[in-house]
Design a protein around this ligand. Sequence first.
Ligand SMILES: [Zn+2]
Length: 282
Amino acid sequence: MDIFKRKNRIYVPVITEEIAKETLIRCSSCGRLINYKDLKNNLNVCPYCGHHFRMSIQERINLLTDTDTFKAINSDIEPLDVLNFYDGAYYKNQLAKVRQETGFNSALITGKAKIDGVDVAIGAFSFEFIGGSLGFTEGEKIVKLFTYAKKNQLPVVVKFSSGGERIQEGVFSMLQIVRIIQAVDVFKEDGGLFISILTNPVYGGASAIGMLGQFVFAEKDAMIGLTSPRITQLAFGMNFSRELQSAEKLLENGFLDGVFERKDLKSTISKVLKIYTNRSLI
Ligand SMILES: [Zn+2]
């Protein structure tokens, strides 16, 4: 299929601090040139038009949690290549490369942290790791995160950013959706709170899992749906409006509980956590 033969893969450029000091970035929304330092000082948001650029996983953790409170858990779970998958390149080689580049074993970082003083179990998808796709390792880590939160009576906050299932793991990737839904159900039935944050983009199974939160928030400029417009075009030859998958449209249609600018995300989650922790026994 053409989907597997995509020649022009998009990689997020790695800009070192050295280069960055003198680098100008062109905003993909308004076209204005922004000094890299100004962009970083503004939470990766365009100071001219408010467009939200992607953040690194470390920046995300720093944005959402109290300083120095994040402690990673289950970071040693290794990815699997059960199918010995090859699509012009071996998956195992791709995994080795991305693990070396990012320093992570998977597209999902999980841990415990504090948000405005409230203890939480937290997970965040990194789009830098094979497009934040959902494979066995990511499924295993989410299940373990909810199990850990249940055992320790902690609310769960997960930041989603995913291109969908990891095609290199085939049906093993699809199966993770079932496992995760079951783990989330058990957690919620036990009175647990799950806050979901959807950031650009969230596609495939991740979008379905993201919708399971009792509170589902999205960041401004997030695109959310089952498949991206590009995949829909390749697979079915169909074009449909990007606006239909915008966070703002989903909020209008009742799928989300709120769409917020990046600077307001932590304070919004904090309000929910404080109400929850005062009401419950934990
Ligand atoms: Zn702009």
